[in-house]
Design a protein around this ligand. Structure first.
Ligand code: TRP
Length: 455
């Protein structure tokens, strides 16, 4: 009875499927559909894909498991989870500080992610205005302005908060299970359409055939690692908090593997869409290279090159554009709810206020941060992204590995993994993972960090 009450109070995903859709919903986002294909394009196509796949499973998956295990073991938010793993007062302080750092980082990531998401979301009504022949409205929606961006960022934040305020099952899980299948269908439909257009095969070749000459240079490795980390939502406690809602009857290593596999699969699919689409655009006379001969990759790709392609395809293009931006909006939304959940769980458990109040309070603060960034765009935007993704995320990643590998007692670790996984003790996972998370993961992350901050 006591266990049931505790579950009811904190919330728990209703099934393994529910958790997998929510966690893949978090993982699959702009990082997959935008980041992965463009990183691939600028790092030698198929060669990057190979390196990424190896790193996703050798580095990101073990780190994901660290978060899920700590989360389910402590059934707690990011700030009170780590201190629970130790009896040492000193380590408790370090754990709490790490947790707070995670909560702040998650909030900052959301503050810029919501801005990027709103640029994509606004394209949905713009495409509708185009289809409906509403020229002036379409022009206004297509023209970046502080008013437009603030309004749509507000709308996106409202949607995010609206889902999180409903709670784990009625909000996060329900909306993830509605939106994720839609996302998979939309992306499959788009890949199928784009691959039939002239020029697509050239893109496909670049994407799939590795050019090992481009494999040299440390930047490829660090880019692939950073990409894998961002894509699996690691470091800031997102997966820790989602892990805290997983049933003790679930096989955690297997469930985590599904999440990593689906996340990587969808990133791969997105590459099958974006890279060929660029070469279709080139066939139609649209510039796809920068002046230094690298493929266009940043916001220009998504907000100019691809829309020009859709325009050049006439009426059908407007529909393709509509579906493309709907896809991006859905991907961003299921990710943003997982970011918001990190500070919300902390605030509601720490201050013992209702989820409803905690959500709207935290969402308002983060939206104010987004507005601050929008109003001081040149000074803040790239700075906040760099601070959070290049510095905070890897540092936090190391701390989480250290807490899972060195602080959490080995017997407790094994007993947590054994829940829902009877053969854990003799499994390959248990033979490899503990030393991995102690030595290899922190070392690799530190290497990536040093490399990234020097460049
Ligand atoms: N993984 C998501 C993407 O690929 C973004 C994301 C969600 C995230 N939660 C996160 C990134 C926490 C870093 C930390 O777009």
């Amino acid at each position: 009875m006591a266990v049931k009450d505790a579950v009811r109070e904190r919330g728990q995903f209703s099934s393994r499927f529910g958790f997998i859709t929510a966690a893949t919903g978090s993982a699959v986002g702009l990082g997959n559909i935008w980041g992965f294909p463009t990183q691939t394009a600028s790092h030698g196509g198929g060669a990057f894909v190979l390196v990424y796949l190896v790193l996703a499973f050798l580095l990101a998956y073990p780190a994901l498991m660290a978060e899920l295990i700590i989360g389910r073991h402590t059934r707690s938010n990011m700030v009170s989870a780590l201190p629970q793993l130790t009896t040492s007062p000193m380590l408790k302080i370090v754990g709490r500080a790490t947790g707070l750092f995670g909560v702040v980082t998650a909030s900052l990531i959301l503050s810029f992610y919501a801005i990027v998401a709103s640029w994509l979301m606004v394209q949905v009504p713009a495409a509708l205005a185009d289809i409906g022949g509403q020229g002036p409205a379409e022009n206004w929606l297509n023209q970046p302005s502080l008013l437009r961006d603030s309004l749509f960022c507000g709308l996106f934040s409202l949607l995010t908060a609206g889902i999180v305020a409903r709670g784990v099952t009625a909000g996060i899980e329900r909306w993830s299970t509605r939106l994720m299948p839609a996302l998979v269908l939309l992306i499959l439909g788009l890949v199928g359409t784009v691959l039939t257009l002239p020029g697509a095969m050239e893109g496909l070749r670049l994407y799939l055939i590795p050019n090992f000459n481009l494999l040299t240079g440390p930047s490829l490795l660090t880019s692939a690692m950073g990409q894998a980390f961002f894509s699996l939502s690691l470091g800031v406690g997102t997966m820790l908090v989602y892990g805290s809602y997983v049933s003790k009857a679930d096989n955690l290593p297997l469930t985590g593997a599904y999440v990593a596999l689906i996340d990587t699969g969808i990133a791969f699919l997105a590459g099958l869409l974006i890279i060929p689409a660029m070469f279709v655009a080139q066939q139609r006379g649209i510039e796809i290279y920068n002046s230094d001969n690298t493929l266009i990759a940043g916001p220009d790709l998504i907000l100019q090159t691809l829309p020009s392609l859709f325009n050049s395809l006439g009426f059908a293009g407007a529909f393709i554009g509509l579906i493309f931006f709907l896809l991006l909006t859905i991907a961003a939304l299921t990710s943003s709810i997982s970011m918001l959940e990190v500070p919300v769980t902390f605030v509601l458990e720490k201050f013992k206020i209702s989820r409803y109040h905690a959500t709207w309070l935290v969402a308002s603060i983060i939206f104010s941060l987004s507005l601050l960034i929008l109003n001081n765009f040149d000074q803040l935007f790239t700075g906040v992204i760099r601070l959070t993704t290049t510095y905070s995320q890897p540092l936090l990643g190391v701390m989480l590995c250290v807490f899972a590998g060195w602080v959490l007692h080995r017997n407790k670790l094994l007993s947590e993994i054994s829940k829902g996984f009877a053969g854990a003790k003799t499994s390959l996972f248990w033979k490899i993972w503990p030393s991995y998370i102690r030595f290899i993961c922190p070392l690799l992350i530190i290497l990536m960090f040093v490399q990234n901050t020097r460049s």
